[in-house]
Design a protein around this ligand. Structure first.
Ligand code: FES
Ligand code: FES
Length: 163
């Protein structure tokens, strides 16, 4: 089956079995390796990407469901040379230990900030609950998201563009 996908603002064409999980297409066909394979069962969040602005587990999302939808991966957020505010905050707070969960964490957090740029600590905690960190850096991850919220608020206050 041939599918037309919109990924990180770029139209991509993939030919694959319609039941193939989005994660496999990203990693094996499109060389977008930011999203990670953890459990493959929708239980850890290492594979989290955004579909139409919502955080989804790409390991359990069949590619056939995504024709005409907008997909964003960590590669569409920023890069080492030009990190997004959220990526900067994760680095400033040294939120990663092994780093395996981080792309998923960032993409889930970004989905929250896109909808609610000033979430409370309780809202952040509840939103991030589905994503797990085996290294146990949850406290630093939550601190990084709070820092990103503060950085974005400061940008709004000073009239700078939000990335
Ligand atoms: S790899 Fe997708 S939720 Fe664990
Ligand atoms: S930093 Fe290692 S799994 Fe989260």
């Amino acid at each position: 089956m041939t599918l037309h996908l919109q990924i990180n603002g770029v139209r991509r064409v993939v030919a694959t079995d319609p039941s193939t999980p989005l994660l496999y297409v990203l990693r094996n066909d499109l060389a977008l390796n930011g999203a990670k394979y953890g459990c493959g069962l929708g239980q850890c969040g290492a594979c989290t990407v955004q579909v139409d602005g919502r955080a989804v587990f790409s390991c359990v999302t069949p590619i056939a469901a995504l024709e005409g939808r907008t997909i964003r991966t960590i590669e569409g957020l920023g890069n080492a040379g030009k990190p997004s505010v959220l990526q900067q905050a994760f680095e400033l707070e040294q939120a990663a230990q092994c780093g395996y969960c981080i792309a998923g964490m960032v993409m889930r957090a970004q989905a929250l900030l896109d909808k609610n740029p000033r979430p409370s600590d309780d809202e952040i905690r509840a939103h991030m609950q589905p994503n797990l960190c085996r290294c146990g850096t949850h406290v630093r991850i939550l601190r990084a998201i709070r820092r990103a919220v503060d950085m974005l608020s400061a940008r709004v206050a000073t009239g700078k563009d939000m990335p």
